[in-house]
Design a protein around this ligand. Structure first.
Ligand code: DHB
Ligand code: FE
Length: 282
């Protein structure tokens, strides 16, 4: 049986990828950011998951206003890093797990989550930056990755409650797959940031801290937070954090907080990161 053993949440700031790709990660501005992930890299290297289900958002790279799937599940064997305007990141091709992904599609759709099945998709910083933060700069990614792209760019994004329940359905799907696989789920994006308008540059440490606390201890209450609250408190792009609730729904109700990191600023964004383990599962 496949099993979800842990959940990881992390920001996906594109400049973090650029810092790595241009060998600037030890510069004074960036060193504290990468220091916060040292323990995480060790943790995941020891855990050796077979598959990462990577919940992220596309930033008009694979999709555009012509096609806006709410939940798009990557069922392909490979996903290439997207060209976001200055060439694709020099990171390895992302290898998928089509068998598990198609099984998830079946289980989720029959459970009444209307997933879009995607067989051809390039993946942008939303997916590759979290991989770089957790796995560094290998010549090949050491895990298979199932991308799950969530629309948080064009109104209306899915509710926190919908995301939380999708996480629960993902867990059921994984646990009904009959291969012994160790699976970790990532929820990415956030934390507080706003990239445009008069409030560009907004950071809200109090909100972010409370979000991290409630993610651990009060996920059901947190899943009821309305979109307008994310916008008001965490900025227009802060709504990316609904994706963390998909991860949270897929792990145990009571989890062990293994690691937490918070740092301001990285570009325009508060970097937040947390690792939650299912007790006794790893
Ligand atoms: C930044 C953050 C994001 O989440 C993103 O998608 C693009 C840019 C930033 O802080 O620069
Ligand atoms: Fe983003």
């Amino acid at each position: 049986m496949a099993k979800i053993v842990a959940g990881v949440a992390t920001s996906h700031v594109p400049a973090i990828g650029a810092a790595l790709d241009t060998q600037r990660s030890s510069e004074p501005y960036w060193a504290p950011v990468f220091k916060g992930y040292e323990r995480s890299k060790k943790w995941i290297a020891e855990l050796k998951p077979d598959v990462v289900i990577l919940v992220y958002n596309d930033h008009a790279s694979a999709f555009s206003l012509e096609l806006i799937p709410t939940f798009a599940l990557g069922c392909a064997a490979e996903f290439e890093p997207a060209d976001e305007g200055w060439g694709p990141r020099p990171v390895p091709t992302v290898l998928g797990h089509p068998e598990l992904a198609w099984h998830m599609a079946q289980s989720l759709i029959l459970d009444e989550f209307d997933m879009t099945i995607v067989n051809d998709m390039d993946v942008d910083h939303g997916l590759t930056v979290p991989l770089s933060l957790m796995f560094g700069q290998p010549t090949a990614w050491p895990v298979k990755v199932i991308p799950l792209a969530v629309n948080v760019v064009q109104y209306p994004p899915p509710t926190g409650n919908r995301c939380y329940n999708l996480g629960k359905a993902i867990r059921k799907a994984v646990e009904s797959f009959d291969q012994d696989l160790k699976v970790v789920i990532f929820g990415t994006g956030g934390m507080s940031h706003q990239l445009q308008g008069p409030r560009a540059g907004l950071i809200n440490k109090d909100f972010d801290t409370r979000f991290l606390d409630r993610l651990v201890t009060d996920p059901v209450g947190l899943s009821r937070l309305p979109h307008v609250e994310y916008l008001r408190e965490a900025g227009s792009e802060g709504v990316e954090m609904v994706m963390w609730l998909i991860m949270r729904g897929a792990v145990d109700n009571q989890v062990q907080e293994v690691h937490r990191f918070y740092h301001v600023p990285a570009s325009n964004t508060a970097v937040g990161h947390i690792i939650l383990e299912n007790k006794g599962a790893a």
